[in-house]
Ligand binder design. Sequence first.
Ligand code: NAG
Ligand code: NAG
Ligand code: NAG
Ligand code: NAG
Ligand code: NAG
Ligand code: NAG
Ligand code: NAG
Ligand code: NAG
Length: 512
Amino acid sequence: MLNPRAISLIVLSLLGSTYAEDYECVGTFIFGRHNDRPAKPTNQQTPLGAEAQLKNGALFRERYYGLTYDNEPVDSEYKIEKLNDEGFYQASQYYGQAPYSGTIAKSHMAFLQGLFPATDGPLSNELLIQSTESDLDNGTVMEYPLNGYQYVMMDFQDPNAPNNFIIKGDVNCANSDSAIAAAYKTEEFQNLNDTTFDFYQSLRDVLPEEDIATSFLNFGNAMDIFDYMNVNWIHNSTLHDQWNITLLDEVRLLSNQFQWLISYNETDVTGDISIGGQSILGGVWTYLNTTKEAQSPLINYFTGSFNTMFQLNGLLQLDKLSANFTGMPDYGATYIFDLMQDTSDNYFVQFSFKNGTDSWDQFTVYPIFGSEDTMMSWDDFSENIKQYSILTLSDWCDRCNAGVEQSSKYPSVCVPYSSTYKAAKELQSNGVDLESILSGDYSSLDIQDSHHSKLSNAAAGGIGAGVTIGTMLVLGALFLVFKRVTRSKKNNVPIATSSESASSDSLAEKSV
Ligand SMILES: *[C@@H]1O[C@H](CO)[C@@H](O)[C@H](O)[C@H]1NC(C)=O
Ligand SMILES: *[C@@H]1O[C@H](CO)[C@@H](O)[C@H](O)[C@H]1NC(C)=O
Ligand SMILES: *[C@@H]1O[C@H](CO)[C@@H](O)[C@H](O)[C@H]1NC(C)=O
Ligand SMILES: *[C@@H]1O[C@H](CO)[C@@H](O)[C@H](O)[C@H]1NC(C)=O
Ligand SMILES: *[C@@H]1O[C@H](CO)[C@@H](O)[C@H](O)[C@H]1NC(C)=O
Ligand SMILES: *[C@@H]1O[C@H](CO)[C@@H](O)[C@H](O)[C@H]1NC(C)=O
Ligand SMILES: *[C@@H]1O[C@H](CO)[C@@H](O)[C@H](O)[C@H]1NC(C)=O
Ligand SMILES: *[C@@H]1O[C@H](CO)[C@@H](O)[C@H](O)[C@H]1NC(C)=O
């Protein structure tokens, strides 16, 4: 029989791997993939996917809270001491973000049901107990419904929200689109398309024509074909029985080659093709910096897309460690950036990867950015981030959409950073009332007396002599777009409004 020490060693090795005893985990950023879903297009997650996500969330509860789903204490090298010791959700300790997409959002929520399972409520923390007001005047003590289901705050990003670039940096990004289009035209891509053509056509015999047309059967559709087969391999016994794992793996391998080709370019590491990965990497730094500086939130959990993950694999130089990183991360895979502290209060970042939610998937530590050490000092991490990431919306707008300002592709969130908008601001500071010009009132231009008009003042202010009323209408329209943007603009990073304490959550909620 195993003695308790042996058991706890086994638990330790399951929960994560090795670092010297004198580091402590003080915060984390987790970037995860959604779990099992129907074939695309869909906005659903399957019961299988929900179950796997919930169990995965529970594993992270063990890792960071040192508590099981049933609130039994468990040893974990990565326990974050400042987290609520009963595993109770507090808004100041946890922050989550996902794109406004059904499948990803549902996957995100299922994970949270494992990270923050239903609970009897705060049992020992007096401040939290008082702030939930369970007592009624007639002496009855109420309990929350659904066995104490926890209401966790989630931040879902609208595609046009200023923060959306962090999690979906490849969307609304003209230069990323062009880089991908160019990759399709490369010799490497075209060769693969030619040499695999017969193989794809041979799939005609085993793929139903009503789902996949013969003209669709080529390398250019490698990912969609793999997705169709992978989903049906899991869910459709008729189709599953017509295939075999060798065939599925062949289709998988080609789809990995396809996706890698359009995600990352080794000879142009920070090229436009990996803008999505560069953006989430910037987000990792931004949010971890807040965790480090403000010690709130302690856990950041973002859910995103596989294409961003392929890009991230290249930027972190994980593909140099294992060719497996040129492959699709499995459903529910997680990229983990743990913020560590040594006994002298120095900060480090340690990266771990877990390739999915099967029982055999382990947290594995990898060195990143070509380093040989799995523990990277905060300063070195920051240096690498500067080199490989996009940190601000302004930089993202420059990188993505330079040159498309006047086109319909130009995202409204970028308007404040456009030269057109800056020109409009300058006109305004010269006394031109763009809003009334838009409504047909040109009086602020004082056109009658052309020598002293605001128009010539504006020209003198560097706007250029070619500024006409037509141009002003364009500038004015953009200006109004900007006003809409600023109204919906939110704080980039959530920060607790008061120092870390049990009551900070109720204080933060005052405006509700
Ligand atoms: C007290 O009030 C609650 C809520 O109105 C009610 O459900 C409960 O039955 C009351 N208890 C007694 C003992 O009256
Ligand atoms: C990678 O970048 C190089 C240099 O910019 C370029 O010549 C090549 O076509 C790119 N490859 C792909 C697949 O985009
Ligand atoms: C791949 O080859 C097929 C068959 O020649 C062709 O129809 C398709 O356009 C090619 N795809 C790309 C992306 O070039
Ligand atoms: C499985 O796939 C076949 C072929 O496309 C289809 O006819 C059948 O309805 C599917 N079965 C289920 C349960 O979806
Ligand atoms: C797997 O399926 C392919 C395509 O139908 C077939 O050619 C191959 O012989 C099968 N392999 C095994 C081991 O059954
Ligand atoms: C790091 O985080 C702190 C706390 O949120 C913030 O004040 C500071 O501006 C951040 N630093 C940068 C460079 O963003
Ligand atoms: C790649 O993954 C396979 C299966 O998970 C594993 O057996 C193999 O050792 C891995 N290869 C490398 C180079 O890490
Ligand atoms: C993750 O799993 C997938 C599917 O099994 C595999 O193709 C990929 O190479 C794996 N990635 C790593 C880093 O092991």
